[in-house]
Design a binder for this molecule. Structure first.
Ligand code: MEV
Length: 390
């Protein structure tokens, strides 16, 4: 595996972006609590609770800029938060004896957690309560809604789960660091999606552009030996999460094929192909890793045309990995023909969304070309200049 440029981990400070508003905050009585970053298993019993009668929280969608699939096999990937599209959770006391009732507005479903012990959201709620040592379960009504298209590669499941974790914490008068939120959501994703890399829950919890390497075990010793900085946090099996600099703003159009694709299916198909042709797939993943490393450099230097070429190259590799589709290829081809600087599928593939890098001059033409080529929805996102805290 090639070596990748390494730097410091994200510091685990709580973000107020997307964090919950509690009734205390609404009354101007927000509490500044000291946060810790203990692993889930060793968290000490809950601090004194200051429960709210109701609370709200939200979480962003995400976009994988480059490196999907290869990231599952230890190569780096770059992911961006999409702050304009969100999942939301509201929580309020319910009648005594009702237990916890969840209303999923978009799915037009509601259920009692006690009657759905194996459902993903129910299990997540149970694990958050046990994280805070809350027994018995309180009587609550949790309402979930989201503007993130489901199974489209934009992290809808992880965003809903993040909003639920945040709203429960707020209701219970607790504040969670992004690392804690991410770990709770990852545990839930693992139960239902097999072997996710963890990039979705991470970028959604931190809400920053990130460079992510899953469990860089073999390189940890290297990092430990190289680093004289005491703020580098090393855990043998935790991912490397680094906020990345973006020197020049750029615009991405997101074209949705309208075809829903559950992440675990393409991820499982890639695993089978990797098992059958390990050498070939390892070589493809290495090439993706090299593109991602180069993309990080061009983002840091603001070389947007170079980024475009890298994105298109990444798409070719994803085609060879076997996760593109006729519809995704049609959108990528239409964007490039209309003058986009680069284009690729984004997320797990086989359906879902693609992204394309445009300039002010080409934006309208590329958007029209995407619609003509069959995009069910085209949206734009501006990725702003970002300088990680020193
Ligand atoms: C899904 O957003 C990205 C994949 O690489 C899967 C994963 O990283 O868990 C396809």
């Amino acid at each position: 595996m090639p070596r990748y440029n390494r730097s410091l981990r994200l510091r685990s400070e709580p973000t107020r972006q997307g964090m919950a508003r509690t009734s205390d905050e609404e009354n101007g009585r927000s509490e500044d609590q000291e946060l810790d970053e203990q692993p889930l298993r060793t968290r000490s019993p809950a601090r004194p609770l200051v429960p709210s009668r109701h609370a709200s929280a939200s979480a962003v969608a995400k976009l994988i800029l480059c490196g999907e699939h290869a990231v599952v096999y230890g190569r780096p990937a770059i992911a961006l938060p999409l702050t304009g599209i969100r999942a939301r959770a509201d929580i309020a006391d319910d009648q005594i004896g009702n237990g916890i009732v969840v209303h999923a507005r978009d799915l037009r479903r509601h259920w009692r957690v006690a009657n759905d012990p194996h459902g993903p959201i129910s299990q997540l709620i149970t694990s958050v309560l046990s994280y805070f040592h809350i027994t018995p379960a309180p009587d609550l009504r949790i309402t979930i809604s989201s503007t993130i298209p489901i199974a489209s590669g934009m992290g809808s499941g992880a965003a809903v789960a993040t909003a639920v974790v945040r709203v429960l914490a707020a209701y219970l008068g607790q504040q969670l660091a992004p690392a804690e939120i991410s770990a709770l959501v990852y545990a839930s994703e693992q139960r239902f999606h097999g072997t996710p890399s963890g990039i979705d829950n991470t970028v959604i919890a931190y809400e920053q552009p990130i460079w992510f390497v899953r469990e860089p075990r073999t390189e940890n010793q290297e990092l430990r030996a190289e680093s004289s900085d005491s703020s580098v946090v090393l855990h043998p099996s935790s991912p490397l999460i680094v906020p990345i600099a973006i020197a020049t703003p750029f615009t991405l159009l997101i074209g949705d094929t309208g075809i829903r694709s559950a992440t675990r299916l393409p991820v499982g198909a890639v695993r089978q192909r990797w098992q059958a042709e390990t050498e070939r797939f390892e070589a493809l993943f290495d090439q993706v890793g090299a593109i991602v490393a180069r993309a990080r450099e061009v983002l840091e230097h603001g070389d947007i045309p170079a980024l475009g070429l890298l994105l298109s190259h990444n798409h070719h590799l994803l085609q060879q990995i076997g996760v593109s589709s006729r519809e995704l290829d049609a959108l990528v081809g239409a964007a490039l023909t209309a003058g986009a600087l680069g284009a690729k599928l984004s997320g797990a593939g086989r359906g879902g969304v693609m992204l394309t890098l445009v300039t002010p001059d080409t934006r309208a033409r590329v958007a029209a070309a995407l619609e003509l080529a069959g995009a069910k929805r085209v949206s734009a996102t501006v990725v702003n200049v970002f300088r990680p805290a020193p």
